[in-house]
Design a protein around this ligand. Structure first.
Ligand code: IMP
Length: 200
């Protein structure tokens, strides 16, 4: 069975492939197909965007598709950057400029008030129809400087609860054990397995 992951983000794809490796599916990203229209991520929530991507891509490719929308929610910033995590620092945003903006906005804020969580919503769709959605959350704190070179996005400034290291300082396999994406994918695997058993 073929499964399309509706992303061109190689960092996300690497994590999703590692986390789904025991499923009997062959995984492709959007880079394996020509002419897939860009999906505008203009939803109000991560769930809206994940569903929109999964539905549009699965309808266009006529293939079984999962789409992830994820972001960092910072309590002191009333939930920002949230659904705007990828483009937090505006046009041409990079992981570095997003991290720098976030640290600037938290300047002088003590550790106790730097609570944050990563959220990931995954939608599963087949031929334009939603099969299910799953959410995963990983809680932690925003540290004061960028630390570590692993991972991607906000990993260098996020310390998960119960840990001393940022996600970017951890071994990637350790991040995958505790991440928001892993939690969402554990639920997604159940949705996929149930759907495959119904289809077979
Ligand atoms: P999306 O492609 O719209 O889901 O954008 C999600 C953005 O949130 C990414 O560009 C990253 O900046 C951030 N993000 C999502 N998941 C992670 C993660 O696991 N680590 C660090 N940053 C993440």
């Amino acid at each position: 069975m073929e499964l399309v992951v509706a992303t061109r983000n190689k960092d996300k794809l690497r994590e999703i492939k590692a986390l789904l490796k025991e499923l009997p599916v062959e995984i492709f990203s959007l880079d394996s197909f020509k002419g897939v229209p860009e999906v505008v991520e203009d939803g109000r929530t991560l769930e809206d965007n994940a569903i929109k991507k999964a539905v549009q891509v699965s309808r266009f490719l006529k293939k079984f598709t999962v789409a992830d929308d994820s972001g960092l929610v910072v309590e002191y910033l009333n939930g920002d950057p949230g659904v705007c995590s990828a483009r937090y620092s505006g046009e041409g945003a990079t992981y570095k400029s997003n991290n720098e903006k976030l640290l600037r906005f938290l300047k002088g804020v003590p550790l106790a008030k730097r609570k944050a969580c990563f959220k990931c919503v995954i939608a599963v769709a087949d031929k334009g129809r939603v099969i299910g959605t799953a959410e995963g959350v990983c809680s932690g704190k925003i540290c004061f400087t960028l630390k570590g070179d692993n991972g991607f996005g906000y990993d260098p400034i996020f310390i998960p609860d119960g840990c001393k290291k940022t996600f970017a300082e951890m071994d990637p396999a350790r991040k995958n054990e505790i991440s928001h994406r892993n939690k969402a994918l554990a639920k997604t695997k159940k949705i996929i397995s149930k759907y495959l058993s119904l289809c077979l």
